[in-house]
Design a binder for this molecule. Structure first.
Ligand code: PMP
Length: 387
């Protein structure tokens, strides 16, 4: 009798087939060949000196991306959620007060993560598409005196770019730590007093999903390394990660986990692409393409979901779900007919919006034109109810 009771699956005897697609949703974005090819380099050990050099390169690339001198700057092995948990699990101890600003899904998720580790969580909530004034934030900070305040700078579920000016200072005034997620490459952490800032590799950076740049200020490190209890997660414990990333000043690095070396190659290349273009050129290009795209949408009679022009993300655009249509018909039609991904809403914005991401290399007039043409076609061909 065979020792193998589960037969070899037939499906794995067929070749791998992955279609080419225009990835114009909120992420992942298309990975340019140069970045893909970087990831095809040979796998070497995650503790080899060459990998440490690559990790050092990544660290300086992230410092450039975030415009920060923070020594505690690294990439978490995992997606954006891993970075969120890394930020929250390391800073928050059970019983700590946490405040999250909810104007979309990310504040909700941050609240849930903090709740799971026994924090006392409060949220301020504003409808999707909106954002908070500094006065509202200050009032909530004074009321709840949180150890940690979470705010999404780039709310990808609603398309809002939250103004940041002065918020870091408000947090610091009441000894709160300010954690922020960004989706835009235009954040000045030093200028705005953000204590923890993170993003995902698969958005503006155009690297495959699976690594998440994150940076901690000196202030955040003071709190993290003086906590009473150990962080709930071993994998995300910053003292281990700091050592693996050479951020703790120790002469040698110790094995913590097997770093995803090929993902590091791609991330390094994506940061090299950004360095080549220059951050200011990249900001400028994203802004100009977004404005061009927004004008195109409005001239088709579509409405932008974020009313305040200043608060529109230059990376993810939210369009008011066109009246009379089922938004799913539109996204499926565009996928089927144009081989192009745009998406519907997420969390509180489901049913309210269509979301289009033009990020990194995808931020071009050519891509914007493709989306406009696809949308026009979909509006002509998808079922529209008379009511
Ligand atoms: N925060 C924001 C603002 C995001 O847009 C995303 C991804 N959509 C995440 C967190 C979570 O990232 P991931 O899906 O890579 O875990």
């Amino acid at each position: 009798m065979s020792a193998v009771s589960v037969p070899p699956p037939k499906r794995l005897q067929k070749p791998l087939v992955v279609p080419h697609r225009h990835m114009f949703g909120p992420g992942p974005s298309n990975v340019p060949p140069r970045i893909l090819e970087a990831g095809a380099n040979p796998v070497i050990g995650h503790m080899h000196p060459e990998i440490f050099e690559i990790m050092n390169d990544i660290k300086s690339g992230i410092q450039y991306l975030f415009q920060t001198q923070n020594n505690m700057t690294l990439a978490v092995s995992g997606t954006g959620h891993t970075a969120m948990e890394c930020a929250i699990f390391n800073t928050v101890e059970p019983g700590d007060s946490v405040l999250t600003a909810v104007n979309g899904i990310w504040g909700e998720r941050a609240a849930e993560m903090a709740e799971r580790i026994g924090a006392r969580v409060n949220s301020i909530v504003t409808p999707p598409g909106g954002y908070f004034t500094n006065a509202e934030i200050e009032q909530a900070l004074l009321k709840y005196r949180p150890a940690l305040f979470f705010l999404a700078h780039g709310e990808s579920s609603t398309g809002v770019l939250h103004p940041l000016d002065g918020i870091g200072q408000l947090c610091h005034k009441i000894y709160s730590y300010f954690i922020c997620v960004t989706l835009s490459d235009s954040v000045m952490s030093v200028l705005t007093g953000i204590d923890i800032l993170y993003t995902g590799s698969q958005k503006v950076l155009n690297a495959p999903p699976g690594t998440a740049p994150i940076s901690f200020s000196e202030r955040a490190c003071q709190k993290i390394f003086n906590r009473k209890s150990k962080p709930v997660s071993f994998f995300l414990d910053l003292s281990w990660l700091a050592n693996y990333w050479g951020c703790d000043g120790k002469a040698s690095r110790t094995y913590h986990h097997t770093g995803p070396v090929t993902a590091f190659y791609s991330l390094r290349e994506s940061l090299a692409v950004l360095v080549e273009e220059g951050l200011e050129n990249s900001w400028d290009r994203h802004q100009k393409v977004a404005e061009y795209f927004h004008r195109g949408l409005e001239s088709m009679g579509l409405k932008l979901f974020v009313k305040d022009i200043k608060a529109r993300l230059p990376t993810v655009t939210t369009i008011v779900a066109p009246r009379g249509y089922n938004w799913k018909d539109i996204t499926s039609y565009i996928m089927k007919t144009h081989n192009l991904e745009i998406s519907g809403g997420l969390g509180p914005s489901v049913g309210l919006v269509l979301r289009v991401g033009l990020m990194g290399r995808n931020s071009s007039k050519h891509s914007a034109d493709m989306v406009l043409a696809a949308l026009k076609d979909a509006l002509q061909h998808c079922h529209k109810s008379k009511v």
